[in-house]
Design a protein around this ligand. Structure first.
Ligand SMILES: NC(=O)c1ccc[n+]([C@@H]2O[C@H](COP(=O)([O-])OP(=O)(O)OC[C@H]3O[C@@H](n4cnc5c(N)ncnc54)[C@H](OP(=O)(O)O)[C@@H]3O)[C@@H](O)[C@H]2O)c1
Length: 245
C-alpha cells in the first residue's frame, strides 16, 4: 500500500518512534494521533494533516471516547492503525520501588488498548479498498529480560494476538503486520543500554514495511536474537537475562 492520502490512526505519536512515524506520515497523509501529550509538530493545512485526540491508553473509557470521535469524523473508516504507544516499568517484583498498580496500567496500555483499537476500527477498515494494522513489538516479546517482566509479557501477548488476528483476517482486505525493535534511542531507554539505533531509522523501516505489505519485520539485532532463539532458547535466555537493558 502506498502511504499517500491515507487516514491513519497512530498511538504514541508524541514521542520517540511514534513521533518519527508521525513526522513522516503527516507529509502525505492524515494522521490521527492518540496520546496524552500533543506531538510538537505544526499541523499542515493542505490535503494532509494531523488530528490529535488526547487519549489515555490506560483507560478503557478514554479509548472508547477516542474511537467514538474517530468514527464520527471519519465515517467511511480509516486506512490504517499503528499501535506504537507503550510504557515500560523497570522495578523488579518485590522491590521497594515496585508499584503494584503499575501491573494493570502497563497491561492496559501495551496490550488491551491495541486490541480495543483494532476491534473498534475493524468495521470501518473493512470498508476501505485496502487497510493495515501494524503493531510495534520488541525483541523482548521474543525473549524476556530480567527486568520489566510485565512489559516483556505484554509484548509476547501482542505477538500472539497479532498472529491470531492475522489468521482470522487472512481472507480480508486488512493486513496485520508487526515490527520487532531492538534497543532504540528514545525517552523510554534514556540513561540505559548501549548500541542503540535511532528512532528515525526505525520509522523509515516500519513505513517501508507497511508499503511492502511484509507481515513481520525484525529490525537490527532482533534478527540475530530470533536466530539464536531458534537454535537454542536456553542460550537466548542467558544472553538476554545477562545483557544490558
Ligand atoms: N525504545 C526502545 O528501545 C524500544 C525497543 C523495542 C520496542 N519499543 C517499542 O516502540 C514503541 C515506541 O516506544 P518509544 O521508545 O518510542 O517510547 P517513548 O518515547 O517513551 O514514547 C511512548 C509513547 O507512548 C505514549 N504513552 C505512554 N503512556 C500512555 C498513556 N497512558 N496514554 C497514551 N499514550 C501513552 C506516550 O505519549 P504520552 O506520554 O504523551 O501519553 C509516547 O508518545 C513502543 O511500543 C515500545 O514498546 C521500543
Amino acid at each position: 500500500m502506498k502511504l499517500e492520502n491515507k487516514t491513519i490512526v497512530l498511538t504514541g505519536g508524541s514521542s520517540g518512534v511514534g513521533f518519527d512515524l508521525l513526522s513522516r506520515l503527516v507529509e502525505h497523509n492524515t494522521v490521527i494521533n492518540l496520546s496524552r501529550g500533543a506531538p510538537a509538530i505544526a499541523p499542515k493545512v493542505d490535503n494532509a494533516g494531523l488530528e490529535h485526540i488526547p487519549t489515555d491508553l490506560s483507560s478503557a473509557a478514554s479509548v472508547a471516547d477516542a474511537l467514538a470521535k474517530i468514527k464520527e469524523r471519519h465515517s467511511h473508516g480509516v486506512d490504517g492503525l499503528i499501535n506504537c504507544g507503550a510504557v515500560q516499568f523497570l522495578p523488579l517484583f518485590g522491590a521497594d520501588d515496585f508499584d503494584h498498580s503499575s501491573i494493570a496500567k502497563e497491561i492496559a496500555i501495551n496490550f488491551i488498548s491495541p486490541a480495543e483499537l483494532i476491534s473498534g476500527l475493524l468495521e470501518g477498515m473493512s470498508q476501505r479498498p485496502e487497510a493495515f494494522v501494524l503493531n510495534v513489538n520488541s525483541g523482548l516479546g521474543i525473549v524476556p529480560k530480567r527486568e520489566s517482566a510485565i512489559y516483556c509479557a505484554t509484548k509476547a501477548g501482542l505477538d500472539n494476538l497479532t498472529r491470531g488476528l492475522r489468521a482470522q483476517l487472512s481472507h480480508t482486505n486488512i493486513a496485520i503486520q508487526q515490527a520487532f525493535l531492538p534497543l532504540v534511542d528514545t525517552p523510554m531507554t534514556k540513561g540505559r543500554g548501549s548500541g542503540k539505533i535511532t528512532s528515525a531509522s526505525v520509522a523509515d523501516q516500519i513505513i517501508a514495511q507497511i508499503e511492502s505489505g511484509r507481515p513481520d519485520l525484525d529490525i537490527g539485532k532482533v534478527k540475530l536474537l530470533r536466530l539464536i532463539n531458534r537454535i537454542s532458547p536456553f542460550l537466548a535466555n542467558r544472553i538476554m537475562q545477562k545483557g544490558e537493558s
